[in-house]
Design a protein around this ligand. Structure first.
Ligand code: FMN
Length: 207
């Protein structure tokens, strides 16, 4: 955790809501923070049957003002196809230090090839180019005969990353519900925070 929360935040609904955004915003720039690597849940189809699918992603941006959480992924990935078919998704965060679970539900917009994607791609190509390397190779899930040379290069220039651009997808989840659970020896605290337009309403619920 790379941010300081107000004393007693876990006993106060408004402070709990504030803490969620404070923690997620701080996690974006804190490589070792467990809240930086949530589990993203989507709905995939097993034949005709909807089924859950989970995977870890890196939280790349959190915006408390607009209430958005963002990640990037490969536009050719299974998750991108799942989100294109059904944008309903969830993010699950857990910090063992804070004993805090955060569940976020909402719809994901995937930006591919648009101005939003371009802005993020250029920023990431400059700041952390290695995170774009997967998008230079074969589509995720393609069987390989061996490790391709692209995976053994050690240095990169921005120009090398240009072919990654068509595969770059910027996912933006707009939460409609956030649920927190703080494991506390005095008794667990569970809060549900619902959004309607720009309004957020928080309630305690039984743990
Ligand atoms: C710590 C960690 C962080 C990851 N971050 C991302 C990410 O930000 N975006 C992404 O697409 N995949 C990320 N992955 C890989 C995914 O978990 C997953 O294996 C891959 O994207 C294929 O998922 P899919 O087949 O469901 O599309 C990460 C994996 C780990 C272990």
């Amino acid at each position: 955790m790379s941010t300081t929360l107000p004393l007693g935040w876990e006993d106060d609904l408004a402070l709990t809501q504030q803490a969620v955004w404070q923690l997620l915003c701080a996690a974006v720039d804190a490589p070792d923070d467990p809240l930086r690597t949530p589990v993203l849940g989507t709905v995939h189809l097993q034949g005709a049957e909807p089924a859950p699918m989970l995977r870890t992603v890196v939280l790349r941006a959190a915006d408390a003002a607009s209430g958005r959480l963002s990640f990037h992924t490969d536009a050719r990935s299974a998750k991108a196809a799942e989100l294109a078919r059904n944008p309903q998704a969830a993010l699950l965060f857990y910090s063992a230090v804070l004993k805090l679970q955060i569940r976020v539900e909402g719809a994901v917009s995937l930006h591919v090839g648009d101005a939003t994607a371009r802005e993020q791609f250029d920023h990431i190509a400059a700041a952390s180019p290695h995170t774009l390397l997967p998008y230079l190779g074969a589509a995720p899930g393609t069987p390989l005969d061996g490790l391709p040379p692209v995976l053994t290069r050690r240095s990169w220039r921005a120009a090398d990353l240009a072919p990654a651009w068509p595969c770059f997808a910027w996912g933006v989840l707009v939460p409609r519900r956030i649920e927190t659970l703080v494991l506390d020896p005095r008794g667990h605290r569970r809060a549900r925070i619902d959004r309607s337009g720009t309004q957020w309403t928080a309630h305690w619920i039984a743990a």
